[in-house]
Design a protein around this ligand. Sequence first.
Ligand SMILES: Nc1ncnc2c1ncn2[C@@H]1O[C@H](COP(=O)(O)OP(=O)(O)O)[C@@H](O)[C@H]1O
Ligand SMILES: [Mg+2]
Length: 257
Amino acid sequence: MTTVTISIAIQKGGSGKTTTALNLAAYLRNQGKKVLLLDLDPQANLTQSMGLTDEPEPNIYHIFKRLASGHDAPLDYSLFQINEVDLIPASLELASAELELVSVYGREQLLRQFLSSAKTKYDFVLVDCPPAMGMLTVNGLVASDWVLMPLQAEYLPLKGLQSFMRSLELISKQLNPQLQVLGYLLTKFDARKNMHRQVSEHMHRLYDRKVFETFIRSNIALAQAQERGMDIFRFAKSSNGAKDYEQFGAELLGRIR
Ligand SMILES: Nc1ncnc2c1ncn2[C@@H]1O[C@H](COP(=O)(O)OP(=O)(O)O)[C@@H](O)[C@H]1O
Ligand SMILES: [Mg+2]
């Protein structure tokens, strides 16, 4: 099997990107897959969710710096192995990368260049993007085969989605023709709420089979697990969160086969 690279991206924070990266990686690990997680968000939520508390060094920021100055960045240089999932962490310094990369030649291609050799020993690379369409997210999307978009079933995220889709189209046209939409995943879902049901119907009308049949229910255990630096399968394996991410993972595998 060749490596499958998936960016988890959407312009809005609090959509469930990081939660999905963390728990999808854990699901795939449980299926015996080799997974590399990449934290591209200066907030470093994924890094913390994997249980790393200090600012880990070196991290993805240092990889960007090395690549930007024409040096190689070997994979083992910044790799952390946690519960059989590999992680390249982020730190707050990464925030300055957006600006520092502005004048670098081929700046959109740096991550792709890095992953082309680094990804070969993995079945999956999951890239957790920041909640903005800046140079970091563009790097994630240019390096990916698929983009996965988690979103909360509210009206506001739906509005932001349209501008995100326009940017996606530009990126796939100009920078990465291979990029495909893997799907939309509804998160923090509460079927008792009218609004959530309406948004779900609306999404299915607009995007049809691109909307995952599985939705991730609102489940406090998902937030608690993350706070403890654990994935949901290790933290509470019979929770709704674990059931939903298990079902989602299986649906996702069915899609990329
Ligand atoms: N299905 C869910 N049920 C309850 N809380 C959730 C769920 N998904 C995510 N959360 C919590 O919501 C917050 C934002 O989620 P997160 O995955 O960090 O979003 P993003 O990465 O898109 O900003 C986190 O505290 C997370 O633990
Ligand atoms: Mg996040």
